[in-house]
Design a protein around this ligand. Structure first.
Ligand code: ADP
Length: 516
C-alpha cells in the first residue's frame, strides 16, 4: 500500500540539472492579462483535430470549447509534433514566447497559438517531437525509446507554466488539468520543484488505467527530480518509475471518464495494480463521463456522409448504408449491417468477435470492420473476410472520414470491450442512429439503456447489452439485435431515443467547472 503522505524532505527547490535556466524571453512578450474567468492550463500529449490516436484527443480537443460556454478559459500545452507545428506556423498570429538552449537535451521554443478555435502553448522541441507518424511509436510499432524523457519534458514545461517560472509570460493559471501518464509528471514536478511558488489546483484525468507509463528505474536520474522522490511515497512503482502512479499521488483531484470506471479501478479486477492506491485516495476520485463534439459529430451537417439526415428522416440513412457497402465491396442487402470502429486489441474484445463471427454470419448479419492494432487479430479478421466474403469485410488503418460514414450508414455498432473507461464510439452511435451493442463495463454501462422488455415498452431503450463478456454473450446480443431489427417500429424507436439522448459536453463541462 502506498502512503498518501508527501515526502517531508522536499522543502528546498531542487536544481533542474537537465534544463539549464537559459530561458530567454523572445522580444515579443505574450500579452496575456489574467482573464476574469478561471484560467485552466491543460497539458496533453494529443489533441483533436491536430493529432489523435484515440479518445484522449477527442476529449482534450472538445472540452475547452465546452468549458468556454461555461465561462472557463483553457489553454492547452501540447507537443510540437510535425503536424502540430505546421498548423501553428500556418497561423499568422502564432508566435514564439520563450526559447531555451538546453531543455532535456536540446533547444526548444514555446509557441503561443490559436488553432481550430483552441488556445495553445506548443512545446517545439525538435529533438523530442519532430518525428513523423504516431506520437508514441516508431515505424516498427515499438515505443520510442525516449518516451519517458519526451513526456517528462512536456510535463516539466507544464509545471513551470503552472508555477509561473517565466514571469515575462504574465501567465498564471488557477488550475492545471493533466491527462494520462504522458503528462502525469506535471503535478509531480509542481510538488517537488515548485515549493514556495504559485500552486494552482491540480487535476489528473485517467483515460485508461491500462497505460501507466511504467519505466525501468534507471531513467529516474534523467528526470531532474530530487533523489528522495524515488520512493514509495513518490515515483517508485513496483521497483520501476511510475509516471501515472506519481501523478495520481500528487494531484488534488483524480478523475476518470465515467462513474462506473471510477468504481472499477478501485477493485482488484479492474485496478491493474493501482487499486490499493486508488482505494486509499478514493475521496479525491470521481467519474465524469465524456461528451462528444456535437458539431463535428452531427449527421445533419456531416460532410463525410453520402447523405445527411436528422432524427425526422431516418430513412435517408439508406444512402449511407449503400455507400458503406460499396466502400467495403459487399453487395447491398436488407440484412442488418453491423460495424466495428476500434483499435483491434484484447481490451476491445476483438478476439471475442473473431470467435463469435461465424455464428453472427450464420444469422445473416453483415460485419464491416475499421481498425488497426494487433497484427495477429488483423490477420485473423482478414481470414474471416476470406471465409465469408459476402458478410465480413475489414479495412485496416485509421480513417476518420470513413468512421463517420459507418456511423451514418450501419444499423448498429458492436463494442464488446473487456473494459472501457468511457468509450466514444457508442456516443457517436447514439448521435447517428447506429444502435450500440455493448458489454456492460465502464462508460458503456453508464451511457446506454439496454433494450430489455421494460425499456422497449417504455420507448427508452437505446442499445443492446451483452449478458456476459464472452463470444456467447456477443452472439446472444446479436440474436436480440436480429429480433429487434425485424420490428421496424421498435428499431426506429431505439434509434430515435438514442438520437435524442444528450451526448454533448454540456453537463460534464459543468462538472469539470465545479472541480476546478
Ligand atoms: P480508445 O480511446 O480506447 O481507442 P474510444 O472509444 O474512447 O477508444 O475512442 C476511440 C476513438 O478513435 C473514436 O473517436 C473512434 O471513432 C476512433 N477510432 C478508433 N479506431 C479508428 C480507426 N481505425 N479509424 C478512424 N477512427 C478510429
Amino acid at each position: 500500500m502506498v502512503s498518501t503522505t508527501a515526502p517531508t524532505k522536499a522543502t528546498q527547490v531542487t536544481k533542474v540539472t537537465n534544463t539549464e535556466k537559459t530561458a530567454k524571453p523572445v522580444t515579443k512578450k505574450v500579452k496575456k492579462t489574467k482573464p476574469a474567468v478561471p484560467e485552466i492550463l491543460a497539458v496533453a500529449s494529443e489533441i483533436y483535430p491536430l493529432v489523435k490516436t484515440g479518445g484522449l484527443a477527442d476529449v482534450v480537443g472538445a472540452l475547452p470549447l465546452a468549458l468556454q460556454a461555461c465561462a472557463v478559459h483553457v489553454t492547452t500545452l501540447v507537443p510540437g509534433y510535425p503536424r502540430v507545428m505546421s498548423a501553428v506556423r500556418a497561423q499568422p498570429e502564432s508566435k514564439v514566447i520563450l526559447a531555451m538552449t538546453h531543455f532535456f537535451g536540446g533547444s526548444v521554443q514555446l509557441w503561443s497559438a490559436q488553432v481550430a478555435g483552441m488556445d495553445l502553448f506548443v512545446l517545439d522541441a525538435p529533438h523530442l517531437f519532430e518525428r513523423e507518424g504516431n506520437p508514441y511509436l516508431n515505424a516498427n510499432g515499438q515505443d520510442w525509446h525516449d518516451n519517458p524523457i519526451r513526456f517528462a519534458a512536456l510535463s516539466l514545461m507544464g509545471a513551470q507554466l503552472a508555477w509561473g517560472e517565466y514571469p515575462e509570460l504574465n501567465y498564471q493559471p488557477d488550475a492545471m488539468h493533466v491527462h494520462d501518464w504522458q503528462t502525469a509528471l506535471a503535478p509531480v514536478y509542481l510538488h517537488y520543484l515548485g515549493k514556495g511558488k504559485h500552486r494552482p489546483k491540480t487535476i489528473i484525468t485517467i483515460h485508461n488505467l491500462a497505460f501507466q507509463g511504467q519505466f525501468p528505474a534507471g531513467i529516474f536520474s534523467q528526470l531532474g527530480l530530487p533523489a528522495w522522490a524515488f520512493s514509495t511515497e513518490g515515483l517508485e512503482y513496483y521497483g520501476c518509475v511510475g509516471f501515472l502512479k506519481a501523478g495520481i499521488l500528487f494531484s488534488d483531484e483524480i478523475t476518470t471518464v465515467s462513474p462506473s470506471y471510477a468504481h472499477e479501478i478501485t477493485t482488484v479486477n479492474g485496478g491493474m495494480g493501482m487499486d490499493g492506491l486508488l482505494r486509499a485516495l478514493h475521496g479525491r476520485l470521481s467519474g465524469i463521463v465524456n461528451g462528444i463534439d456535437t458539431d463535428v459529430w452531427n449527421p445533419a451537417t456531416d460532410s463525410s456522409l453520402a447523405q445527411t439526415y436528422d432524427v425526422s428522416d431516418l430513412q435517408k440513412r439508406a444512402v449511407n448504408k449503400h455507400a458503406v457497402e460499396a466502400h467495403f465491396g459487399i453487395a447491398h442487402s436488407d440484412a442488418p449491417l453491423l460495424c466495428v470502429v476500434s483499435r483491434l486489441t484484447w481490451q476491445k474484445g476483438m478476439d471475442l468477435l473473431v470467435s463469435a463471427i461465424d455464428a453472427i454470419v450464420a444469422k445473416n448479419v453483415r460485419v464491416v470492420i475499421l481498425g488497426s492494432g494487433d497484427a495477429g487479430l488483423e490477420a485473423t479478421l482478414y481470414a474471416k473476410q476470406h471465409q465469408h466474403p459476402t458478410h465480413v469485410a475489414i479495412h485496416t488503418g485509421y480513417d476518420e472520414s470513413l468512421s463517420h460514414l459507418m456511423q451514418g450508414g450501419c444499423d448498429a455498432i458492436l463494442i464488446p470491450s473487456r473494459f472501457e473507461p468511457c468509450g466514444l464510439t457508442q456516443l457517436y452511435g447514439l448521435r447517428y442512429g447506429c444502435v450500440p451493442v455493448i458489454t456492460r463495463v465502464g462508460g458503456l454501462n453508464d451511457t446506454l439503456i439496454d433494450a430489455n422488455l421494460a425499456a422497449v415498452n417504455a420507448g427508452v431503450a437505446t442499445g443492446i447489452a451483452c449478458h456476459e463478456i464472452t463470444a456467447d454473450g456477443i452472439i446472444h446480443a446479436v440474436e436480440r439485435l436480429v429480433q429487434l431489427y425485424a420490428q421496424p417500429k421498435v428499431w426506429q424507436a431505439m434509434q430515435t431515443a438514442g438520437m435524442n439522448t444528450d451526448v454533448s459536453w454540456v453537463n460534464s463541462a459543468q462538472l469539470y467547472k465545479q472541480l476546478y
